[in-house]
Design a protein around this ligand. Structure first.
Ligand code: PXP
Length: 253
C-alpha cells in the first residue's frame, strides 16, 4: 500500500510572519492540502515561534479533518501545549535555536529517561507519539525501549546526497545508494520492533520515489519542496504532484 503524505505547512507561516500579516493563512493552506488529497497536516511549533504560532495550533486542531501531527522539542513548555491541544500525533524532535532547520535526529539513546517520560505522558493522553531519529540501530532500539508508537527516519543525509548525484550512475551515486540502504535497513528493523515507520526531511519530487519504494515506510512528512513548488503551480497542484511522486516509487532521481 502507498505511504501516506502529511504536508508540512510551516513555510506558509514563514511567508506570513515575514510581514506579521494575516495572509497567507495556515488554515486555508491546510484545507487546500486536504482537498488535494493530503493524508494529514504537519506543523512544527518551535521554541522561537519563527513560523507556526500557538494560535495556529489551536485553529488547526479544530479545522484539520484528516490527521494533525505536531513536531516539537520535549520541553515542559511544549509538553503542556501538546497535552492541552491533543493533536493526533506529536513528533519529538531535537531543536537548536540557531539552526536554519532541524539538523538531525533526536538522540534518544543519551536522553533515555527524558524521552521516556515525555512519551509516557503523551501516550497517557491518547496521543500517538513519534520520535524523529537518524536511521541508526541504537536510536531505533532506544525508541522501542521508551515505548514510542512510531519513528520518523531523518532523510536529510540521503536528500543532501541526491542533490549532487545524477541518476544511479553519476558522481555521488554510491553515496546515495549507501544512504538508501541505511534507510531501508533502519525501516526494516523498526518495523520488526513493532514501530510504525515514517520518514522526512529534505525530500523532493525527484528523490522521494526511491524512499517510497521501501515498503516499511508508511508515512511521509514533506514541507519545503511542496510549498516551494506551490509558488508556481498553486498548493493543491503541488500536493497532487507529490502524491504522484510517492505513488511512483521510482528509483530515478
Ligand atoms: N520531519 C521533521 C521532523 C522536520 O523537522 C521537518 C522540517 O520541519 C520535516 C519532516 C519536513 O522537512 P522538509 O521541509 O525539508 O520537507
Amino acid at each position: 500500500m502507498c505511504a501516506r503524505l502529511n504536508v508540512n505547512i510551516d513555510h506558509v507561516a514563514t511567508v506570513r510572519q515575514a510581514r506579521r500579516a494575516p495572509e497567507p493563512g495556515v488554515v486555508a493552506a491546510a484545507v487546500a492540502c486536504e482537498h488535494a488529497g493530503a493524508d494529514g497536516i504537519t506543523i512544527h511549533l518551535r521554541g522561537d515561534r519563527r513560523h507556526i504560532q500557538d494560535e495556529d495550533l489551536h485553529l488547526l486542531r479544530r479545522m484539520v479533518m484528516t490527521y494533525l501531527n505536531v513536531e516539537m522539542a520535549a520541553t515542559e513548555e511544549m509538553m503542556k501545549i501538546a497535552l492541552d491541544a491533543k493533536p493526533d500525533c506529536v513528533t519529538l524532535v531535537a531543536e537548536n535555536p540557531n539552526e536554519i532547520t532541524t539538523e538531525g535526529g533526536l538522540d534518544v539513546r543519551t536522553n533515555l529517561s527524558l524521552v521516556r517520560a515525555a512519551v509516557h505522558r503523551l501516550r497517557e493522553a491518547g496521543i500517538t507519539t513519534s520520535l524523529f531519529i537518524d536511521p541508526d540501530v541504537h536510536q531505533i532500539e532506544s525508541a522501542h525501549t521508551v515505548g514510542a508508537h512510531q519513528v520518523e527516519l531523518c532523510t536529510a543525509v540521503y536528500a543532501e546526497a541526491t542533490l549532487g548525484a545524477r541518476g544511479f550512475h553519476g558522481e555521488g551515486a554510491a553515496h546515495v545508494a549507501q544512504e538508501l540502504k541505511r534507510l531501508r535497513e533502519a525501516a526494516i528493523l523498526a518495523s520488526q520492533y513493532g514501530l510504525r515507520v515514517a520518514a522526512g526531511h529534505g525530500l523532493t519530487y525527484r528523490n522521494v520515489g526511491a524512499v517510497s519504494a521501501i515498503e516499511e515506510i508508511t508515512e511521509f512528512n514533506i514541507g519545503h519542496n511542496i510549498v516551494a513548488r506551490s509558488i508556481f503551480v498553486g498548493l493543491e497542484q503541488a500536493v497532487r504532484e507529490m502524491k504522484e511522486a510517492i505513488e511512483k516509487s521510482s528509483f530515478q532521481f
